[in-house]
Design a protein around this ligand. Structure first.
Ligand SMILES: [Mg+2]
Length: 191
């Protein structure tokens, strides 16, 4: 039998359906506006510091309000021994409660044996890179195009799958999918 594929999944926009699909425009906006408002160095990664910023950030994550349709298919592939699924999210430590709320809902049967969030609040991309290389993932499924470009350079041995969206769909990319279901279907055909 072929070796089990180690497949990592991002949480927001991948495992959890998010009608905004990606927080990229919002995050870019914060990144842009914050140094302007607070006279900080540009290029520092955005971390919500004040209670107000934290509330806004939490509220933005509430837009991930339901489990995406393909999750049942992940469970089937895991049961068949085709994949070993992991959840890796760069969510910061103050989103811990919401993270565990979803893990509990997703994992009423332990399909996802491994799940990690960014509890030390390091730079979000660096966190994903670190986890992907430490776990030696064969595939990582992500929804944010900016993150995908970066991961393709920093973890070249891992295939990065992209759950795209209508605004970014014109961008050519080999592993581009319109939904989690479609990505899982591809995985089941190309184990
Ligand atoms: Mg995401």
């Amino acid at each position: 039998m072929a070796k089990k594929l180690k497949v990592g999944f991002d949480l927001d926009g991948v495992i959890l359906y998010n009608p905004l699909r990606t927080l990229r425009p919002v995050a870019s906006f914060f990144k842009f506006i914050k140094p302007v408002l607070f006279h900080e160095k540009a290029n520092a990664f955005y971390f919500p510091n004040s209670p107000l910023e934290k509330s806004v950030w939490k509220l933005l994550h509430k837009t991930s309000f339901r489990v995406a349709d393909g999750v049942t298919d992940i469970k089937t592939l895991a049961q068949q021994g085709v994949i070993e699924p992991y959840i890796i999210t760069a969510r910061y430590s103050f989103l811990k409660d919401d993270f565990y709320y979803w893990i509990k809902r997703l994992n009423n049967q332990p399909y996802f044996r491994y799940y990690h969030y960014n509890k030390d609040d390091i730079q979000p991309n660096a966190f994903k890179e670190k986890m992907i290389s430490e776990l030696k993932l064969d595939v990582f499924v992500e929804d944010n195009w900016g993150v995908i470009q970066r991961l393709n350079n920093s973890v070249p041995k891992t295939k990065i799958f992209w759950i795209s969206n209508s605004l970014d769909w014109h961008i050519p990319y080999h592993y581009k999918f319109s939904s989690l279901e479609e990505a899982i279907l591809y995985l089941s055909k190309h184990p």
